[in-house]
Design a protein. Structure first.
Lengths: 455, 386
């Protein structure tokens, strides 16, 4: 069930109404979360519950026997590896999914696997307690606002909140219009922006850019397409969770305003970045050791992060290159201050060069694409920036996308919260719900699943 | 009391949301953003007693299904430039009847093959008007009706009718419950059925309810959004379990189907339909004393088709139409000879896979314009001898 589908809205409203009206809030939320996932299909559902059962059993073992953690992790990684990478590993390497066709991996497997792995590790580390109540454990994994594409939540954050819900002492939602505002922001970004940019990106990366300008345009627009798409899902997840009285961390903070690689990953898919830091980078050594060792580790960890995104060589290469970029940036002396704009421009150049790997269907395409970006011959027929008038329009549109980042940042200002609190009530709720409804009513010329559902 | 107040405030909020949505949709249309962002698609079609449905006169807006294009329907109910019903002196009129490929809502009017052909002919010194009578979803029966009731009043000198061999080869009679269709005449032949006139949906659309609905569609963008959504499906996003289609066998089924349809040995309705179609077009040709030609697509070979069999099908169809004085042109063959080196017929269709890929894109219209331009020049010579 996708958040941008019309039939999802009554499901959400029904679940919220039942949650608020019925006394067994935890159970109600659990039931609706399971129903939500069942819509993905019975095969995916059965697999999900098998993985849950295995991890539930492992959680007891991990709490008791230290070394069982490795077995548990091996099993989880094996599940993920088999269902996500089997075609890649055991066929000719061709990928039957990604951006051009239907989603072929069990829905949400990358996200809930990471969440469960973190839970088991945290039990072993003593960061979180074992949760013996199967209802709370299952709800921890299935809590539907964030189930399919994050934000990835830590057990020591989410389970206590869910426990309070089961106990009937859950946090009272203080500002309904804030939750609805986030949902509206997400629906706007997905329906109006991400889906509108998708055809241009599709055309450029299917037929190849005819010239360098179109190649740069393609990467620039793709970066915003995937940002709007993914952050839209996250916004809606955070908003919906808030309305259930659950605080879920924000996953994005206007990453296109970053001025360096480290800052980019502090603003982009934040919960994945922190997961990688806490469960890969630090356990493997972190900032200990020589600079070279740290840089090597960064490259390796980012390569794994890239691999997480999909079963195609382009993803680990993308990750490795990000690792190299981050490592190189660490060589910059700390006391050197570069004016933000001067830092932003080359940083955006790098980000866009790297997007070419992420979006390309294969490595060969990505290298040819890069060659076109840097003045080589055109590689295809997609041409969007030729002609003076069209070029001006496209440049303006591209600039407008960055301005949207500034506008979005302002939405999180304190004065917005003050105004929402001031006008919070049925009138404002209806405006937001009404606008969300009208956005979801817009028919789709093509069904564009949330991009991160593919990962 | 507090509850009623809350309900009232909630209703007011929904109204405000609707007004904001209306304003937002209008704002998008008024700026270049209509090319990119979702728009409230114009509702172009209305009921018609002769063709079941037609383009509504003086309606304009953005067409958003498979590419975005500004669409304006003229006062005569045609997707064409403004024109008078009376033919200007010294001008030859060509009407092009067809389906959505002719209607060409996916591209701006000036890029449609009808307009491209007209400009080219005028540049060559021909004083012609090439008029677009295309209508999405038009079947052979609808095309005949449209030619009779929309085309003839324009006093055309030539009529071109585009059609599909696959559509004509359907072994079952047409369903005329929504628009005209060829049905059995009880004597082994076919006639145009008009059962749609008695349907509840049609009666509703031609009555006051229909008038009110179309008024809403013309004046409120939110009404257009609802209408477009209804057409796309309220559960459009519901996952569909798609079984991967078995790879088509390269066994020449296309040619076999056509051969079976159009021969006396065929046990379906197709032959009766083709004969009736040719008969009706011939009648129009004689009535208006003008040459009529059919541009037939889908006569080309598909995987594994026997070319000899297809040649016989084409000869058969040429003969069937020729009995009634109607010329038949293999439009696929005409398109094929106009492709550039390395260009494929599929390249003439579509606007990226995320938008749609069925209809002619701008290059496709350019190629097809050349096809009908050649046909028009030949028919103009024929018309001047008649």
């Amino acid at each position: 069930m996708s958040f941008d589908s019309l039939y999802f809205l009554p499901f959400f409203l029904l679940s919220l109404a039942a949650f608020r009206a019925l006394p067994w809030r935890g159970t109600v939320l659990l039931i609706f979360s399971i129903i939500f996932y069942i819509a993905a299909g019975w095969v995916d559902t059965v697999l999900f519950f098998i993985i849950l059962a295995v991890n539930y059993a492992f959680s007891f073992m991990v709490a008791r026997w230290r070394h069982s953690l490795w077995l548990a992790l091996a099993v989880d990684v094996a599940f993920l590896g088999f269902f996500k990478y089997r075609n890649f590993l055991f066929s000719d390497g061709a990928v039957a999914g990604d951006f051009t066709s239907d989603i072929v991996i069990p829905l949400g497997i990358s996200f809930y696997t990471f969440q469960l792995v973190a839970y088991l590790v945290d039990i072993r580390r003593g960061v979180t307690k074992l949760e013996p109540d199967p209802r709370k454990f299952v709800l921890f994994a299935t809590f539907y606002p964030h189930l399919l594409a994050g934000p990835i939540m830590r057990a020591n954050n989410l389970i206590p909140q869910l426990s309070r819900i089961f106990a009937g002492t859950g946090r009272r939602t203080l500002l309904v219009s804030w939750g609805l505002a986030l949902m509206l922001l997400g629906a706007t970004k997905k329906v109006l922006l991400a889906d509108s940019l998708a055809p241009y990106v599709e055309d450029i990366f299917k037929h190849g850019p005819a010239d360098a300008a179109t190649a740069w345009f393609g990467c620039w627009v793709f970066g915003f397409q995937i940002y709007f798409d993914f952050s839209a899902y996250s916004d809606m997840a955070v908003g919906m969770a808030y309305l259930f009285g659950v605080h879920v961390p924000l996953n994005f903070r206007q990453p296109f305003l970053s001025t360096g690689p480290r800052e980019f990953w502090q603003r982009w898919h934040i919960t994945l970045s922190t997961w990688i830091r806490d469960y890969l980078y630090i356990p493997l050594g972190g900032n200990r050791g020589s600079k070279m060792r740290q840089m090597f580790l960064v490259v390796c960890v980012m390569g794994l992060a890239g691999l997480w995104h999909g079963a195609n060589w382009t993803y680990p290469v993308w990750g490795l290159l990000w690792g190299v970029y981050i490592a190189m940036a660490r060589l910059m002396p700390a006391n050197v201050r570069i004016p933000p704009l001067l830092a932003w421009l080359p940083h955006m150049v790098m980000v866009n060069v790297l997007w070419a790997f992420f979006r390309a269907p294969d490595l060969g395409f990505s290298f040819r694409y890069l060659a076109t970006m840097w003045g080589g011959p055109g590689m295809g027929s997609a041409d969007y920036v030729s002609g003076g008038g069209q070029a001006v329009l496209m440049v303006l549109a591209g600039a407008a996308l960055v301005l949207l980042q500034f506008a979005e940042r302002r939405l999180y200002d304190r004065h917005v919260l003050v105004q929402l609190r001031r006008f919070d009530g049925p009138f404002l709720w209806a405006i937001m719900l009404g606008l969300i409804t009208w956005l979801l009513l817009i028919p789709k010329s093509n069904i564009n699943p949330f991009i991160y559902f593919r990962f | 009391m507090a509850l009623f107040r809350s309900i009232g405030l909630f209703a007011a909020g929904l109204l405000v949301a609707t007004v904001v949505a209306e304003g937002g949709a209008r704002l998008i249309e008024a700026t270049p953003l209509w090319r990119i962002l979702p728009v409230a698609e114009v509702a172009l079609y209305g009921p018609d007693s002769e063709t079941g449905y037609t383009l509504r006169p003086n309606v304009s807006g953005v067409w958003a299904t498979e590419n975005h294009a500004q669409v304006a329907i003229n006062a005569l109910g045609l997707r064409d430039a403004a024109m008078t019903r009376e033919k200007p002196a010294g001008t030859r009129r060509v009407v092009v009847v067809g389906d959505s490929m002719t209607e060409a809502l996916q591209v701006q009017l000036e890029d449609s093959f009808v307009q491209v052909a007209e400009r080219s002919l005028r540049d060559q010194g021909h004083a012609v008007e090439v008029i677009n009578l295309g209508l999405s979803g038009a079947t052979p029966a609808v095309n005949v009706q449209r030619l009779r009731h929309k085309g003839l009043p324009l006093s055309p000198d030539i009529a071109l009718v585009t059609s599909s061999a696959i559509e004509l080869s359907n072994p079952r009679p047409d369903d005329d419950s929504a628009y005209p269709g060829y049905i059995a005449d009880g004597q082994g032949g076919a006639r145009i059925g008009m059962a749609f006139r008695d349907s509840r949906g049609f009666q509703l659309r031609v009555g006051l309810v229909g008038d009110a609905l179309y008024w809403m569609l013309d004046h409120f963008r939110v009404a257009r959004i609802l209408n477009a959504r209804k057409n796309a499906g309220w559960l459009q996003e519901w996952p569909k379990t798609s079984r991967e289609a078995a790879a088509p066998l390269c066994a020449g089924f296309h040619a076999q189907r056509l051969a079976q349809a159009f021969t006396e040995e065929g046990d379906g309705f197709a032959l009766a339909r083709v004969r009736a179609f040719a008969r009706d077009l011939g009648a129009v040709s004689r009535q208006a004393n003008m040459p009529v030609a059919v541009l037939m697509r889908d006569l080309g070979a598909v995987c594994g088709d026997n070319p000899v069999m297809l040649q016989r099908v084409q000869e058969r169809l040429v003969a069937l139409f020729g009995e009634h004085g109607v010329a038949l042109i293999d439009s696929d063959a005409e398109v094929a000879v106009r492709l550039r080196s390395g260009e494929r017929e599929e390249d003439l269709h579509g606007f990226t896979s995320r938008i749609g890929h069925g209809h002619y894109n701008i290059r496709g219209h350019q190629v097809y314009a050349d096809v009908i331009e050649r046909a028009i020049v030949d028919l103009l010579k024929l018309a001047s001898h008649q």
